[in-house]
Design a protein around this ligand. Sequence first.
Ligand code: NAI
Length: 385
Amino acid sequence: MTVGVLGAGTMGSGIVQVAAQNGHDVILVDLNEHILGKSKEQLAKIMNRLVEKGRVTADDAQQTQERITYSQDIHDFKDCGIIIEAIVENLDIKSKVFAQLEQITGDNCILASNTSSLSIASIGASLENPEKIVGVHFFNPAPLMPLVEIIPAVQTSENTLNSAKSLIDGWGKVTVVCKDTPGFIVNRVARPFYGEALRIYEEGVADFATIDWAMTAIGGFRMGPFTLMDYIGNDVNYTVTETVFKAFYYDPRYKPSFTQKRHSEAGYFGRKSGRGYFDYSEGATRPEPNEDQALGKEILERILVMLINEAVDAVFLNIGSKEAIDLAMTKGVNYPKGLLSWADEIGLENVLSKLEAMFHEYGEDRYRPSPLMRRMVAKGEKFFA
Ligand code: NAI
Protein backbone atom coordinates (compact mmCIF):
# COMPACT_ATOMS: atom_id res chain seq x y z
CA MET A 1 0.00 0.00 0.00
CA THR A 2 1.24 3.45 -0.87
CA VAL A 3 1.39 5.83 2.09
CA GLY A 4 0.94 9.56 1.58
CA VAL A 5 2.38 12.08 4.02
CA LEU A 6 1.42 15.74 3.80
CA GLY A 7 3.88 18.18 5.38
CA ALA A 8 7.66 17.66 5.30
CA GLY A 9 8.47 19.38 8.60
CA THR A 10 9.67 17.76 11.81
CA MET A 11 6.84 15.27 12.16
CA GLY A 12 6.10 14.55 8.51
CA SER A 13 9.76 13.75 7.79
CA GLY A 14 9.91 11.35 10.74
CA ILE A 15 6.70 9.58 9.73
CA VAL A 16 7.94 9.19 6.16
CA GLN A 17 11.09 7.48 7.44
CA VAL A 18 9.04 5.05 9.54
CA ALA A 19 6.72 4.12 6.65
CA ALA A 20 9.56 3.76 4.12
CA GLN A 21 11.67 1.65 6.50
CA ASN A 22 8.65 -0.62 6.80
CA GLY A 23 8.63 -1.26 3.08
CA HIS A 24 5.93 1.13 1.87
CA ASP A 25 6.16 3.32 -1.18
CA VAL A 26 5.72 6.81 0.23
CA ILE A 27 4.68 10.07 -1.34
CA LEU A 28 5.70 13.15 0.61
CA VAL A 29 4.02 16.39 -0.37
CA ASP A 30 4.86 19.86 0.92
CA LEU A 31 4.09 23.27 -0.59
CA ASN A 32 7.62 24.40 0.08
CA GLU A 33 10.28 23.05 -2.28
CA HIS A 34 13.13 24.07 0.01
CA ILE A 35 11.63 22.12 2.94
CA LEU A 36 11.20 19.04 0.73
CA GLY A 37 14.88 19.27 -0.21
CA LYS A 38 15.89 19.60 3.43
CA SER A 39 13.77 16.63 4.40
CA LYS A 40 15.44 14.49 1.74
CA GLU A 41 18.93 15.59 2.77
CA GLN A 42 18.20 15.00 6.42
CA LEU A 43 16.96 11.46 5.75
CA ALA A 44 20.09 10.69 3.74
CA LYS A 45 22.20 11.76 6.74
CA ILE A 46 20.12 9.69 9.15
CA MET A 47 20.31 6.58 6.95
CA ASN A 48 24.10 6.99 6.56
CA ARG A 49 24.46 7.18 10.31
CA LEU A 50 22.34 4.03 10.73
CA VAL A 51 24.58 2.24 8.22
CA GLU A 52 27.73 3.38 10.06
CA LYS A 53 26.31 2.10 13.33
CA GLY A 54 25.49 -1.22 11.70
CA ARG A 55 21.76 -0.88 12.35
CA VAL A 56 20.78 -1.22 8.68
CA THR A 57 22.62 -2.47 5.61
CA ALA A 58 23.72 -0.05 2.90
CA ASP A 59 21.24 -1.76 0.56
CA ASP A 60 18.34 -1.27 2.96
CA ALA A 61 19.28 2.35 3.47
CA GLN A 62 19.31 2.95 -0.26
CA GLN A 63 16.01 1.14 -0.84
CA THR A 64 14.33 3.06 1.97
CA GLN A 65 15.29 6.32 0.29
CA GLU A 66 14.29 5.11 -3.17
CA ARG A 67 10.77 4.30 -1.95
CA ILE A 68 10.08 7.98 -1.29
CA THR A 69 8.72 10.38 -3.91
CA TYR A 70 9.04 14.07 -3.06
CA SER A 71 6.36 16.27 -4.57
CA GLN A 72 4.69 19.66 -4.36
CA ASP A 73 1.52 18.39 -6.02
CA ILE A 74 -1.20 17.02 -3.76
CA HIS A 75 -2.72 15.18 -6.77
CA ASP A 76 0.15 12.70 -6.55
CA PHE A 77 -1.73 11.19 -3.58
CA LYS A 78 -4.44 9.73 -5.84
CA ASP A 79 -3.48 6.05 -5.40
CA CYS A 80 -2.63 6.15 -1.68
CA GLY A 81 -4.29 3.81 0.85
CA ILE A 82 -3.73 6.23 3.71
CA ILE A 83 -2.68 9.85 3.98
CA ILE A 84 -1.14 11.14 7.18
CA GLU A 85 -1.36 14.90 7.46
CA ALA A 86 1.33 16.77 9.42
CA ILE A 87 0.98 20.41 8.33
CA VAL A 88 0.58 23.58 10.34
CA GLU A 89 -1.67 23.33 13.43
CA ASN A 90 -4.57 25.42 12.12
CA LEU A 91 -8.12 24.13 11.79
CA ASP A 92 -9.12 26.30 8.81
CA ILE A 93 -6.10 25.23 6.81
CA LYS A 94 -6.42 21.56 7.78
CA SER A 95 -10.17 21.57 6.94
CA LYS A 96 -9.58 22.95 3.44
CA VAL A 97 -6.79 20.47 2.83
CA PHE A 98 -8.84 17.47 4.02
CA ALA A 99 -11.79 18.42 1.80
CA GLN A 100 -9.34 18.54 -1.11
CA LEU A 101 -7.69 15.22 -0.14
CA GLU A 102 -11.09 13.52 -0.16
CA GLN A 103 -11.73 14.65 -3.74
CA ILE A 104 -8.34 13.44 -4.96
CA THR A 105 -8.23 10.01 -3.28
CA GLY A 106 -10.24 6.81 -3.69
CA ASP A 107 -13.21 5.71 -1.56
CA ASN A 108 -11.13 3.44 0.64
CA CYS A 109 -8.32 5.84 1.42
CA ILE A 110 -7.98 6.56 5.16
CA LEU A 111 -7.47 10.23 5.96
CA ALA A 112 -5.41 10.61 9.13
CA SER A 113 -4.23 13.67 11.04
CA ASN A 114 -1.21 13.97 13.31
CA THR A 115 -2.70 16.99 15.10
CA SER A 116 -1.73 17.42 18.76
CA SER A 117 -4.42 19.83 19.87
CA LEU A 118 -7.33 20.01 17.42
CA SER A 119 -10.29 17.67 17.74
CA ILE A 120 -10.44 14.93 15.13
CA ALA A 121 -14.21 15.50 14.91
CA SER A 122 -13.66 19.11 13.83
CA ILE A 123 -11.25 18.07 11.08
CA GLY A 124 -13.58 15.23 9.99
CA ALA A 125 -16.44 17.70 9.64
CA SER A 126 -14.85 18.96 6.41
CA LEU A 127 -15.37 15.56 4.73
CA GLU A 128 -18.37 14.27 2.78
CA ASN A 129 -17.62 10.81 4.19
CA PRO A 130 -16.25 11.60 7.64
CA GLU A 131 -16.07 7.94 8.65
CA LYS A 132 -12.64 7.95 6.90
CA ILE A 133 -11.10 10.36 9.40
CA VAL A 134 -8.87 9.17 12.26
CA GLY A 135 -6.21 10.73 14.47
CA VAL A 136 -2.75 9.15 14.49
CA HIS A 137 -0.61 11.07 16.94
CA PHE A 138 3.11 10.32 16.69
CA PHE A 139 5.69 11.63 19.17
CA ASN A 140 8.84 13.53 18.32
CA PRO A 141 11.17 12.10 17.01
CA ALA A 142 8.72 9.76 15.26
CA PRO A 143 11.30 7.10 14.23
CA LEU A 144 12.54 6.76 17.84
CA MET A 145 9.46 7.18 20.03
CA PRO A 146 7.47 3.93 20.08
CA LEU A 147 4.07 5.40 20.98
CA VAL A 148 1.32 6.36 18.55
CA GLU A 149 -2.05 7.47 19.94
CA ILE A 150 -4.90 6.36 17.67
CA ILE A 151 -7.93 8.60 18.01
CA PRO A 152 -11.32 7.74 16.54
CA ALA A 153 -13.64 10.73 16.20
CA VAL A 154 -17.37 10.35 16.76
CA GLN A 155 -17.65 10.00 12.95
CA THR A 156 -14.89 7.35 12.51
CA SER A 157 -15.97 3.88 11.35
CA GLU A 158 -14.76 0.69 13.07
CA ASN A 159 -13.13 -0.27 9.80
CA THR A 160 -11.10 2.96 9.58
CA LEU A 161 -10.02 2.64 13.21
CA ASN A 162 -9.00 -1.01 12.91
CA SER A 163 -7.18 -0.56 9.61
CA ALA A 164 -5.19 2.44 10.84
CA LYS A 165 -4.33 0.69 14.09
CA SER A 166 -3.20 -2.56 12.50
CA LEU A 167 -1.13 -0.73 9.88
CA ILE A 168 0.77 1.24 12.52
CA ASP A 169 1.07 -1.79 14.84
CA GLY A 170 2.71 -3.48 11.86
CA TRP A 171 5.35 -0.74 11.83
CA GLY A 172 6.48 -1.95 15.25
CA LYS A 173 4.88 0.97 17.05
CA VAL A 174 3.01 0.72 20.36
CA THR A 175 -0.50 1.99 19.67
CA VAL A 176 -3.06 3.09 22.24
CA VAL A 177 -6.63 3.97 21.37
CA CYS A 178 -7.89 7.09 23.07
CA LYS A 179 -10.92 9.32 23.15
CA ASP A 180 -11.07 12.48 21.06
CA THR A 181 -10.59 14.85 24.00
CA PRO A 182 -8.04 17.66 24.53
CA GLY A 183 -4.46 16.44 24.82
CA PHE A 184 -5.54 12.85 24.09
CA ILE A 185 -3.73 10.73 26.75
CA VAL A 186 -0.13 11.92 26.99
CA ASN A 187 -0.56 15.68 26.68
CA ARG A 188 -3.39 15.57 29.20
CA VAL A 189 -1.91 13.27 31.83
CA ALA A 190 1.52 14.99 31.65
CA ARG A 191 0.23 18.50 32.46
CA PRO A 192 1.13 18.40 36.20
CA PHE A 193 4.73 17.44 35.39
CA TYR A 194 5.11 21.05 34.25
CA GLY A 195 2.25 22.77 36.09
CA GLU A 196 2.94 21.48 39.60
CA ALA A 197 6.70 21.99 39.17
CA LEU A 198 6.06 25.62 38.21
CA ARG A 199 3.71 26.03 41.16
CA ILE A 200 6.31 24.64 43.59
CA TYR A 201 8.82 27.14 42.21
CA GLU A 202 6.35 30.03 42.45
CA GLU A 203 5.65 29.24 46.09
CA GLY A 204 9.38 29.52 46.75
CA VAL A 205 9.70 25.91 47.91
CA ALA A 206 12.69 25.24 45.64
CA ASP A 207 14.50 26.59 42.58
CA PHE A 208 14.54 25.11 39.06
CA ALA A 209 17.72 23.08 39.55
CA THR A 210 16.50 21.55 42.82
CA ILE A 211 13.11 20.57 41.39
CA ASP A 212 14.84 18.97 38.37
CA TRP A 213 17.26 17.14 40.66
CA ALA A 214 14.39 15.74 42.77
CA MET A 215 12.52 14.43 39.72
CA THR A 216 15.57 12.82 38.10
CA ALA A 217 17.78 11.69 40.99
CA ILE A 218 14.97 10.60 43.32
CA GLY A 219 12.04 10.08 40.92
CA GLY A 220 13.96 8.38 38.11
CA PHE A 221 12.53 10.63 35.36
CA ARG A 222 14.92 11.06 32.44
CA MET A 223 14.70 14.84 32.44
CA GLY A 224 13.54 17.31 35.06
CA PRO A 225 10.50 19.47 34.25
CA PHE A 226 12.49 22.68 33.67
CA THR A 227 15.12 21.01 31.50
CA LEU A 228 12.30 19.38 29.54
CA MET A 229 10.38 22.64 29.09
CA ASP A 230 13.61 24.27 27.87
CA TYR A 231 14.02 21.39 25.44
CA ILE A 232 10.43 21.55 24.12
CA GLY A 233 10.52 25.37 24.05
CA ASN A 234 8.68 27.52 26.59
CA ASP A 235 6.70 29.20 23.82
CA VAL A 236 5.45 25.84 22.51
CA ASN A 237 4.84 24.33 25.94
CA TYR A 238 3.02 27.45 27.17
CA THR A 239 0.75 27.44 24.10
CA VAL A 240 -0.12 23.76 24.61
CA THR A 241 -0.93 24.46 28.28
CA GLU A 242 -3.13 27.41 27.39
CA THR A 243 -4.91 25.44 24.64
CA VAL A 244 -5.59 22.51 26.97
CA PHE A 245 -6.81 24.92 29.70
CA LYS A 246 -9.28 26.61 27.34
CA ALA A 247 -10.35 23.31 25.82
CA PHE A 248 -11.26 22.02 29.30
CA TYR A 249 -13.52 25.03 29.86
CA TYR A 250 -11.00 26.58 32.25
CA ASP A 251 -10.70 23.66 34.66
CA PRO A 252 -8.29 25.06 37.32
CA ARG A 253 -6.31 21.82 37.23
CA TYR A 254 -4.82 22.92 33.90
CA LYS A 255 -4.24 26.59 34.72
CA PRO A 256 -1.13 27.96 32.97
CA SER A 257 1.65 29.62 34.95
CA PHE A 258 2.81 33.24 34.91
CA THR A 259 6.39 32.10 35.34
CA GLN A 260 6.24 30.23 32.06
CA LYS A 261 4.33 33.03 30.33
CA ARG A 262 6.93 35.60 31.37
CA HIS A 263 9.81 33.37 30.27
CA SER A 264 8.11 32.91 26.93
CA GLU A 265 7.35 36.65 26.57
CA ALA A 266 10.96 37.49 27.37
CA GLY A 267 12.14 35.21 24.58
CA TYR A 268 13.58 32.74 27.10
CA PHE A 269 12.35 29.82 25.01
CA GLY A 270 15.00 27.36 26.15
CA ARG A 271 17.71 25.59 24.20
CA LYS A 272 16.71 27.02 20.85
CA SER A 273 17.12 30.64 22.03
CA GLY A 274 20.16 29.96 24.20
CA ARG A 275 18.34 30.74 27.41
CA GLY A 276 15.26 29.44 29.21
CA TYR A 277 15.01 28.49 32.85
CA PHE A 278 18.68 27.66 32.45
CA ASP A 279 21.45 29.38 30.50
CA TYR A 280 22.68 27.50 27.41
CA SER A 281 25.27 30.00 26.23
CA GLU A 282 28.87 28.88 25.85
CA GLY A 283 30.71 28.45 29.10
CA ALA A 284 27.55 28.85 31.20
CA THR A 285 27.38 26.64 34.26
CA ARG A 286 24.30 25.06 35.77
CA PRO A 287 23.24 26.22 39.21
CA GLU A 288 23.78 23.59 41.89
CA PRO A 289 20.65 21.95 43.30
CA ASN A 290 19.94 21.81 47.01
CA GLU A 291 20.30 18.06 47.51
CA ASP A 292 18.29 17.88 50.71
CA GLN A 293 16.66 14.42 50.66
CA ALA A 294 13.56 15.41 52.64
CA LEU A 295 12.92 18.39 50.39
CA GLY A 296 13.56 16.29 47.28
CA LYS A 297 11.09 13.61 48.40
CA GLU A 298 8.44 16.24 49.15
CA ILE A 299 8.84 17.75 45.65
CA LEU A 300 8.67 14.35 43.96
CA GLU A 301 5.65 13.27 46.00
CA ARG A 302 3.72 16.43 45.24
CA ILE A 303 4.24 16.23 41.47
CA LEU A 304 3.78 12.47 41.38
CA VAL A 305 0.42 12.42 43.19
CA MET A 306 -0.84 15.11 40.81
CA LEU A 307 0.29 13.02 37.82
CA ILE A 308 -1.35 9.90 39.28
CA ASN A 309 -4.57 11.84 39.90
CA GLU A 310 -4.62 12.88 36.23
CA ALA A 311 -4.02 9.29 35.10
CA VAL A 312 -6.75 7.95 37.42
CA ASP A 313 -9.19 10.59 36.19
CA ALA A 314 -8.39 9.63 32.59
CA VAL A 315 -9.41 6.05 33.43
CA PHE A 316 -12.51 7.37 35.23
CA LEU A 317 -13.56 9.31 32.11
CA ASN A 318 -12.73 6.45 29.70
CA ILE A 319 -10.06 8.44 27.84
CA GLY A 320 -8.24 5.14 27.45
CA SER A 321 -7.98 1.78 29.18
CA LYS A 322 -5.76 1.49 32.26
CA GLU A 323 -3.26 -0.49 30.18
CA ALA A 324 -3.29 2.19 27.46
CA ILE A 325 -2.73 4.98 29.96
CA ASP A 326 0.29 3.27 31.55
CA LEU A 327 1.77 2.37 28.16
CA ALA A 328 1.25 5.89 26.83
CA MET A 329 3.34 7.50 29.55
CA THR A 330 6.19 4.99 29.43
CA LYS A 331 6.36 4.72 25.61
CA GLY A 332 5.42 8.30 24.65
CA VAL A 333 7.33 10.34 27.22
CA ASN A 334 9.70 7.80 28.79
CA TYR A 335 8.26 7.85 32.32
CA PRO A 336 10.17 5.39 34.50
CA LYS A 337 6.93 3.55 35.40
CA GLY A 338 3.30 3.61 34.40
CA LEU A 339 1.50 6.02 36.72
CA LEU A 340 -1.25 3.54 37.65
CA SER A 341 1.27 0.79 38.44
CA TRP A 342 3.19 3.37 40.45
CA ALA A 343 -0.02 4.18 42.37
CA ASP A 344 -0.47 0.47 43.17
CA GLU A 345 3.09 0.38 44.44
CA ILE A 346 2.79 3.46 46.67
CA GLY A 347 -0.72 2.50 47.78
CA LEU A 348 -3.67 4.40 46.34
CA GLU A 349 -4.76 5.31 49.88
CA ASN A 350 -1.46 7.15 50.41
CA VAL A 351 -1.86 9.05 47.15
CA LEU A 352 -5.41 9.99 48.15
CA SER A 353 -4.43 11.23 51.59
CA LYS A 354 -1.66 13.45 50.17
CA LEU A 355 -4.09 14.93 47.62
CA GLU A 356 -6.74 15.48 50.27
CA ALA A 357 -4.21 17.21 52.51
CA MET A 358 -3.30 19.60 49.66
CA PHE A 359 -6.98 20.09 48.77
CA HIS A 360 -7.74 21.12 52.37
CA GLU A 361 -4.63 23.26 52.76
CA TYR A 362 -5.10 25.22 49.51
CA GLY A 363 -8.87 25.04 49.14
CA GLU A 364 -8.31 24.92 45.39
CA ASP A 365 -10.23 22.76 42.97
CA ARG A 366 -6.90 22.05 41.29
CA TYR A 367 -6.12 19.49 44.01
CA ARG A 368 -9.48 17.63 43.98
CA PRO A 369 -8.98 13.86 43.90
CA SER A 370 -10.63 11.88 41.09
CA PRO A 371 -13.89 10.22 42.19
CA LEU A 372 -12.48 6.91 40.92
CA MET A 373 -9.61 7.20 43.40
CA ARG A 374 -11.99 7.63 46.34
CA ARG A 375 -14.15 4.76 45.09
CA MET A 376 -11.19 2.40 44.69
CA VAL A 377 -9.69 3.30 48.06
CA ALA A 378 -13.06 2.72 49.75
CA LYS A 379 -13.17 -0.76 48.20
CA GLY A 380 -9.47 -1.48 48.76
CA GLU A 381 -8.95 -2.00 45.00
CA LYS A 382 -5.77 -1.88 42.92
CA PHE A 383 -5.39 -1.17 39.20
CA PHE A 384 -3.36 -4.26 38.43
CA ALA A 385 -3.84 -7.26 40.70
P1 NAI B 1 6.49 21.90 10.95
O1 NAI B 1 6.25 23.36 10.98
O2 NAI B 1 7.85 21.37 11.23
O3 NAI B 1 6.05 21.33 9.52
C1 NAI B 1 4.87 21.67 8.87
C2 NAI B 1 5.09 21.56 7.36
O4 NAI B 1 3.83 21.66 6.67
C3 NAI B 1 5.98 22.66 6.77
O5 NAI B 1 7.02 22.05 6.08
C4 NAI B 1 5.06 23.44 5.84
O6 NAI B 1 5.74 23.88 4.67
C5 NAI B 1 4.02 22.39 5.49
N1 NAI B 1 2.72 22.92 5.08
C6 NAI B 1 1.99 23.88 5.69
N2 NAI B 1 0.82 24.03 5.05
C7 NAI B 1 0.80 23.14 4.03
C8 NAI B 1 -0.15 22.80 3.03
N3 NAI B 1 -1.33 23.41 2.96
N4 NAI B 1 0.16 21.80 2.16
C9 NAI B 1 1.35 21.17 2.23
N5 NAI B 1 2.28 21.45 3.16
C10 NAI B 1 2.01 22.43 4.06
O7 NAI B 1 5.41 21.25 11.93
P2 NAI B 1 5.51 19.93 12.84
O8 NAI B 1 6.13 20.25 14.12
O9 NAI B 1 6.04 18.81 12.02
O10 NAI B 1 3.95 19.67 13.15
C11 NAI B 1 3.05 19.21 12.16
C12 NAI B 1 1.80 18.68 12.83
O11 NAI B 1 2.15 17.63 13.75
C13 NAI B 1 1.00 19.70 13.63
O12 NAI B 1 -0.37 19.39 13.49
C14 NAI B 1 1.48 19.45 15.05
O13 NAI B 1 0.51 19.83 16.00
C15 NAI B 1 1.67 17.95 15.05
N6 NAI B 1 2.62 17.40 16.03
C16 NAI B 1 3.82 18.02 16.30
C17 NAI B 1 4.70 17.46 17.22
C18 NAI B 1 6.04 18.09 17.49
O14 NAI B 1 6.67 17.72 18.48
N7 NAI B 1 6.51 19.01 16.67
C19 NAI B 1 4.38 16.21 17.94
C20 NAI B 1 3.15 15.60 17.51
C21 NAI B 1 2.30 16.20 16.62
